[in-house]
Design a protein around this ligand. Structure first.
Ligand code: OAD
Length: 238
């Protein structure tokens, strides 16, 4: 049974399932996101080197999709939870869409990067680039140096997720660790629940299907996040 007050420390880990009801395909659904592409062809540093055009066009498609989707009630309910908990709340998302921040979440870590952002591999600057001229098939040049080809600011396979020290520190300290819409296939994200559990946190899950790490959850709510999460959060903060 979850009981929270303003001093309860909560970390929420979200995955593709929370954005499914906004119209963004999940990764491991039968009709999955990869649109006829093997992961190795579009989501590795090697692919970017070998076939930058394919990788660029794939991510430009996904960046364009951001202009057509909106946050759903599940994203919004996490804003309500953050408003209640303030700095005791941390949202860690594996999603590269911008629906959490557009819903209003602030204490937010994008551990797998962000579609909105392009990065220069020469000067290492990042740029939030979502104007129409940045969303075409043409490469975008770095505004800061001579590099003619910025890359997506996405953590590809074989690359290290962002801000892991901050994430681990918060998970080790939290009272409640919650997973929402994630299948538990991809590490290190899928192992955060082990860290939370070992540190004594209550582990709560909301997911359409049982995730790989189902057995680590103390409380599990099976169904759509957009339907279940707003009610759960309302119960917690009332
Ligand atoms: P997955 O596609 O692996 O899992 C999505 C989960 O969401 C599944 O368990 C679904 O059952 C569940 N789901 C679907 N619709 C839902 C809904 N409406 N409400 C609640 N749950 C729902 O996505 P992730 O676990 O996020 O990494 O995948 C993790 C990482 O794998 C991604 O960040 C990506 C990918 O490779 C990188 O790109 C580095």
């Amino acid at each position: 049974m979850v009981e929270i007050n303003h001093a309860t420390k909560v970390v929420v880990l979200t995955g593709a399932g929370i954005s499914a009801e906004s119209g963004i395909k999940t990764f491991r659904a039968a009709d999955g996101l990869w649109e006829n592409h093997a992961i190795e062809d579009v989501a590795t540093p090697h692919a970017w080197k070998k076939n930058p055009e394919l990788v660029w066009n794939f991510y430009q498609g996904r960046r364009n999709q951001l202009t057509e989707v909106e946050p759903n009630p599940a994203h919004k309910s996490l804003v309500t939870l953050e408003e209640f908990l303030g700095d005791n709340f941390l949202l860690v998302t594996q999603n590269v869409d911008d629906l959490h921040s557009r819903a209003g979440s602030n204490n937010l870590i994008h551990m797998h990067g962000e579609l909105r952002i392009l990065r220069c591999e020469q000067c290492h600057e990042t740029f939030d680039m979502m104007q129409q001229e940045h969303l075409t098939a043409d490469y975008v040049a770095c505004p800061n140096c001579a590099n003619q080809r910025l890359r997506p600011h996405i953590v590809w396979f074989h690359e290290m997720p962002f801000q892991l020290p901050e994430i681990y520190a918060a998970v080790e300290e939290c009272d409640i660790f919650m997973t929402v819409g994630t299948s538990g296939h991809v590490y290190p994200a899928a192992g955060l629940i082990d860290v939370a559990k070992q540190a004594g946190a209550l582990c709560v899950g909301v997911n359409l299907d049982e995730p790989m790490n189902y057995g680590m959850h103390d409380e599990f709510h099976q169904g759509k996040a957009g339907e279940l999460l707003p009610n759960l959060v309302d119960e917690w903060v009332s």
